[in-house]
Design a binder for this molecule. Structure first.
Ligand SMILES: *Cc1c(COP(=O)(O)O)cnc(C)c1O
Length: 387
């Protein structure tokens, strides 16, 4: 048996997608972003759940992730798109299986053309425009060449989309840069559509979709928000303030966490006053304390810098981590929680009774982003789908 379990809530996902669809309106499609093992939720468990909620398009970073989506999908018409890395050798596989992929240089385009000739199927490509992030993307003469390649070998390609990615839509600091990117996108798009006709336009991640309505276009690529997390505290504040300008507090968080990470009490012991607890001398008892051991450590993604800082839930109440987080274990103070016993449930992320530990409270403490905490949850922890 594994020492902890991650539960995935189907109703929370349904709730989040309902909220997003209402916000986006019926004209905007959603591509569900499931890179990074579906942000720690597990591709194999998350993909069928999302399909049940009506998702028909998934975006991943690389070909190995695309293969996992391909093997987990329950519908043959579910589409898969690789936004990042594909080895030239994997292109044939991608073309053969109808996997879509982003093109950000002409070398990949020629390789895709060759793969298409060998396989006898068109390569399904999305042209990525460089609009100011200066990471990946076509621009200038390279873009012109790519357009010409597509225009002159129509049988080799199916143009599935024109896209770009914003350099930090979750922070108002980047406002001007985002605006300039939107403008640059439309210029590039104009050059493409003049020669090649219409294609699905998609630029927005969660933060852009929530904050800049004009970035929604034909499709949005939603990662973090579908899992029930805000891209940043600022995005959430902005959203709440728009709807509740006098801050009456009437607006509840429309997102629900899909994930609940739980373990159990492995052992409880009573420690007298004036004793150090765990390795070294970071925690000294000030009274007679009850200390519970939880069999989860930094090996499992419970960050070491939560030592003496993090909290978990036991019997619906918060219990603080005492001492250093070990590789496979940490200790919590349960002195003030009555009758804690071996085998009692411990919630590390999520709800227990009326209390909740959010990943953001977790990650504020460790100064990590939601994203980083989520994807650092190892694949070896079992996932189970619950209602
Ligand atoms: C990860 C990613 C997204 C999704 O971002 P979220 O902030 O999680 O919604 C969208 N587009 C690209 C290119 C990405 O890499």
């Amino acid at each position: 048996m594994h020492s902890s379990t991650i539960e995935l809530s189907g109703s929370a996902l349904r709730n989040n997608l309902r909220f997003l669809r209402k916000l986006l309106g019926p004209e905007v499609a959603i591509s569900s972003v499931v890179k990074g093992n579906a942000y720690g939720h597990s591709i194999e468990h998350f993909v069928p759940l999302a399909e049940d909620c009506g998702i028909g398009h998934f975006s991943v970073f690389s070909a190995d992730e695309a293969l996992r989506v391909l093997e987990s999908r329950t519908r043959p018409d579910t589409r898969i798109c690789i936004m990042g890395y594909i080895d030239d050798a994997e292109l044939e596989w991608a073309v053969g299986n109808g996997i879509e992929f982003w093109v950000f240089d002409c070398m990949r385009l020629s390789a895709a053309e060759r793969a298409s000739e060998r396989i006898g199927k068109p390569a399904r490509v999305h042209l990525e425009l460089e609009t100011g992030m200066n990471r990946l993307g076509l621009q200038g003469a390279q873009l012109d060449r790519a357009i010409e390649t597509l225009a002159t070998s129509p049988g080799a390609f199916e143009l599935c989309g024109v896209c770009t990615h914003f350099a930090g839509a979750e922070s108002v600091q980047n406002h001007l840069r985002i605006r300039n990117q939107i403008e640059a996108f439309w210029e590039g798009h104009e050059r493409i559509s003049r020669r090649l006709g219409a294609a699905v336009r998609h630029t927005a991640c969660s933060a852009a979709a929530l904050r800049y309505a004009e970035t929604r276009m034909d499709m949005v690529r939603i990662g973090i928000a579908q899992y029930g997390f805000w891209p940043s505290r600022e995005t959430r504040m902005h959203f709440q303030l728009e709807r509740d300008p006098d801050q009456s507090g009437a607006i509840r968080d429309p997102l629900r966490r899909v994930m609940r990470w739980k373990s159990l009490v492995m052992n409880v012991k009573t420690v007298g006053p004036g004793q150090f607890v765990g390795y070294g001398t970071t925690y000294l008892t000030t009274r007679t304390e009850k200390v519970a051991a939880v069999p989860v450590g930094y090996h499992h993604g419970f960050a070491r810098n939560l030592s003496n800082l993090g909290h978990v839930l036991v019997h619906g109440r918060r219990a603080q981590v005492v001492g250093l987080v070990n590789m496979n274990m940490f200790l919590v103070d349960v002195t003030d929680i009555p009758s804690v016993d071996r085998g009692d449930e411990v919630v590390i992320i999520g709800k227990q009774n009326r209390s909740q530990i959010t990943v953001s409270s977790f990650s504020d403490l460790t100064r990590n982003l939601n994203y980083e905490v989520l994807v650092s949850l190892p694949e070896s922890i079992p996932r189970v789908v619950v209602a």
